[in-house]
Write a protein that binds this ligand. Structure first.
Ligand SMILES: Cc1cc2nc3c(=O)[nH]c(=O)nc-3n(C[C@H](O)[C@H](O)[C@H](O)COP(=O)(O)O)c2cc1C
Ligand code: SF4
Length: 677
């Protein structure tokens, strides 16, 4: 299909200093959890973005010197010639697909603890480390500043040799050049401290020196956080954020502007709307003639056009939309808008880096698997036989398995007991802040409707005799899971006396519309979103809500998705009473007894409705019946195999489809990058 003329604007080439981007789609720097130890994995992933039509594809944060060492988190390096060789894998692969490659030169300053390099951490002034660590950060003397500038120039030259087209000076996310801008961090009394002119000095020098080092061949971009969302305590877009742009206006070849810190910038959909950053960065273009890129989880082509037409930005910056759909630009260009796999803003991609493993994505199960498994987001090997597959259950795992098997060309029958597809997504996307999660279901349903080889039966309650009668070559059981009523969980392995009896509601029952009466006590031993989001829903409905958890903070795993601070703030603002570090001991129908995890001291708390958010049980009755009957070729999939997050279910469905009927060796599950001896 030809592209809609309305979107022509998005495909205009745009010059950036000495180089030209082929269109306005710009993959801003984002981590991969791969870093300098996995150059082939990184290169394959970035190459796919370039193939998908992004005009600029950037690295993640790339350290210029061992004094900027974020170990154990994965980051890139340009510390030596070997790094140059590794980056060349990426730049060559990106160039092969006609895109420009950008590198984000990075020094973390007081944000890094240099656990690997054992270098003293550096900052504008003597400080406590940003992330708690038993060694303070040293204020840089003039010699240190001269060294820093030299490291930056050397790294920039290496970047040019590695084939990069755009070299960043990175003054965002509270890293070192930004720390010099900040009155909070920069308490110097010399020419690098005090007035804004002085605090900008280092950034100005870094831009000028980087341009001198590479400017004949590479563009020099600045990534600047124009607002820290801290009000008067931080840089603001009405105050010094604006002033910095005004002072340096046309010095860089490109402005990449956003908000800080990382959790504000990559704010999840639960706590921000698409385009929320426009309110902060909107002023930038009025102060510079250089191109501007900005971000905001942009997936709507109409909105993209509007941003350019209204003069807000020149490039559509994207991290998460490019992760969820590396082929987003190409799909717009080819008029395939309904095929865009929109980011749902769940921030599972952030959890990869935070947990020290390669990036994962809920919407795009191939993310991070490009090199090690050879998976491509758009291409899947065609079927190798005429086998048929019956998929029982149309939740995320079943939908993805049916879709991907269908794409391979197999004859697929998808049977769902409910009258609509979606499973848990239907329930969860109705919870506060989670409506975008419905995109996981909608994209897959859209794809399935284009596959004539996939038959869908709704309202089909399947039992073992139906499976036998149907006689598919393989049957997938993706019947999901349900929340336990008895409070069994990590801290209560035998359940909780009284829990599950009178006045208990499970999360499933609340999501199905059962009415709780207050005071409600939510006992959260699951630690991801469910406990917190139910507390928010019930408190917003006017009920008195207590959230009790054995952990030290509510919804503790949301720290991995950079949401925990927002969750805590939201719960407190909704009036939820938080009781942390306590285990549920018993429930008598009107009061619970809880005990402190440290002292075992107990207390009784009034509770008219108890909501245990603990373990889930796989809904595997059918699977067990089939395996007991010795039925062949049965696989349990997704929550039915092991209850998890939606990302796990999608991955399981996709992986099954990829490996079905293929010769993939189960002994060598994926390739690994190893140190060469
Ligand atoms: C997984 C992930 C890793 C990121 N890593 C970096 C990074 O290394 N350097 C950086 O400047 N920004 C990083 N960011 C922030 C993004 O560049 C971007 O500014 C932010 O996610 C907002 O854009 P989006 O709404 O298009 O995702 C990261 C974002 C994500 C989602
Ligand atoms: S993991 Fe979630 S937030 Fe991240 S890119 Fe994928 S869908 Fe978007």
């Amino acid at each position: 299909m030809p592209r809609d003329a309305r979107y022509d604007l998005l495909f205009e080439p745009v010059p950036i200093g000495p180089v030209t981007a082929r269109n306005r789609f710009y993959q801003v720097p984002h981590c991969t959890g791969m870093g300098y130890t996995m150059p082939q994995t990184v290169a394959a992933m970035r190459a796919i973005k370039a193939q998908g039509g992004w005009a600029v594809v950037c690295t993640e944060y790339c350290s210029i010197h061992p004094s900027s060492d974020d170990s154990p988190y994965a980051f890139c390096t340009l510390w030596d010639e070997r790094d140059v060789h590794h980056h060349k894998l990426m730049t060559d692969a990106v160039h092969e697909h006609g895109a420009l490659a950008g590198v984000e030169l990075w020094h973390g300053g007081m944000h890094v603890n240099n656990r690997l390099s054992r270098h003293i951490s550096l900052a504008p002034s003597d400080s406590m480390p940003y992330h708690a660590h038993p060694m303070q950060v040293r204020g840089m003397d003039k010699q240190d500043i001269r060294e820093l500038r030299r490291w930056h120039v050397v790294a920039a030259r290496r970047a040019r040799t590695a084939g990069f087209d755009i070299v960043y000076v990175y003054a965002g996310h509270d890293y070192l050049p930004f720390q010099f801008l900040s009155r909070r961090h920069n308490r110097r009394h010399d020419e690098y401290g005090g007035s804004l002119e002085n605090r900008v000095r280092l950034l100005r020098e870094l831009i000028e020196e980087t341009k001198e080092a590479v400017g004949d061949r590479c563009a020099v971009a600045v990534r600047l956080a124009v607002d820290e969302l801290q009000g008067a305590d931080g840089i603001t877009c009405e105050g010094e954020g604006r002033d910095v742009v005004a002072m340096l206006a046309d010095l860089p070849d490109l402005w990449d502007v956003n908000v800080s810190g990382v959790e504000n910038d990559s704010c999840s959909a639960r706590f921000s709307e698409e385009g929320f950053q426009e309110a902060y960065i909107g002023f930038v273009k009025s102060l510079t003639t250089k191109p501007v890129v900005a971000v905001g989880r942009y997936t709507s082509p109409d909105r993209m056009v509007s941003l350019v037409q209204r003069g807000v930005l020149d490039f559509i910056g994207a991290a998460r939309p490019s992760i969820a759909d590396p082929f987003l630009p190409m799909k717009i260009e080819q008029g395939r808008l309904d095929e865009i796999r929109e980011c749902i803003g769940c921030n599972i991609c952030r959890s990869g880096n935070n947990e020290g493993v390669p990036i994962r994505c809920t919407q795009n199960p191939t993310m991070g698997e490009e090199w090690r498994r050879g998976w491509h987001p758009e291409v899947i090997p065609p079927k190798t036989s005429e086998k048929s597959v019956l998929v029982v259950g149309g939740g995320p795992a079943g939908l993805e398995a049916a879709r991907a098997l269908g794409q391979r060309g197999y004859t697929v029958t998808l049977a769902e007991a409910a009258t609509e597809l979606g499973g848990r997504i239907n329930r969860e996307s109705r919870l506060p802040g989670l409506s975008t999660w419905a995109r996981v279901r909608d994209w897959r349903i859209g794809r399935l409707h284009n596959l004539p080889n996939v038959d869908i039966y709704l309202g089909s309650q399947i039992d073992a005799s139906h499976v036998a009668e149907f006689a598919a070559d393989h049957t997938l059981i993706a019947t999901g899971a349900y929340w336990r009523r008895d409070g069994q969980g990590t801290h209560t392995p035998f359940g909780v006396p009284g829990c599950g009896e009178a006045n208990t509601l499970t999360p499933d029952e609340i999501m199905a519309g059962s009415q709780a009466t207050g005071p409600v006590l939510i006992y959260d031993d699951d630690h991801y979103y469910m406990g917190g989001v139910l507390a928010e829903q019930l408190a917003t409905a006017g009920l008195e809500v207590r959230l009790v958890t054995p952990h030290a903070i509510p919804s503790s795993w949301t720290s991995m998705t950079d949401e925990q601070g927002f969750v805590q703030q939201r719960l407190l603002r909704c009036g939820v009473n938080l009781i942390v570090g306590h285990v549920l001991e018993e429930f008598d129908g009107s009061r619970v007894r809880i005990s402190c995890v440290h002292t075992r001291r107990t207390q009784r708390v009034e509770c008219a409705t108890l909501v245990p958010v603990t373990m889930r049980d796989a809904d595997d009755t059918l699977y067990r019946a089939l395996t007991e009957a010795d039925t062949n070729a049965i696989t349990a999939l997704g929550d039915c195999a092991a209850p998890g997050a939606i990302v796990h279910a999608i991955y399981a469905g996709h992986r099954f489809a990829r490996e079905f009927d293929s010769t993939v060796s189960t002994e060598l599950l994926f390739r690994r990058e190893r140190a060469e001896l």
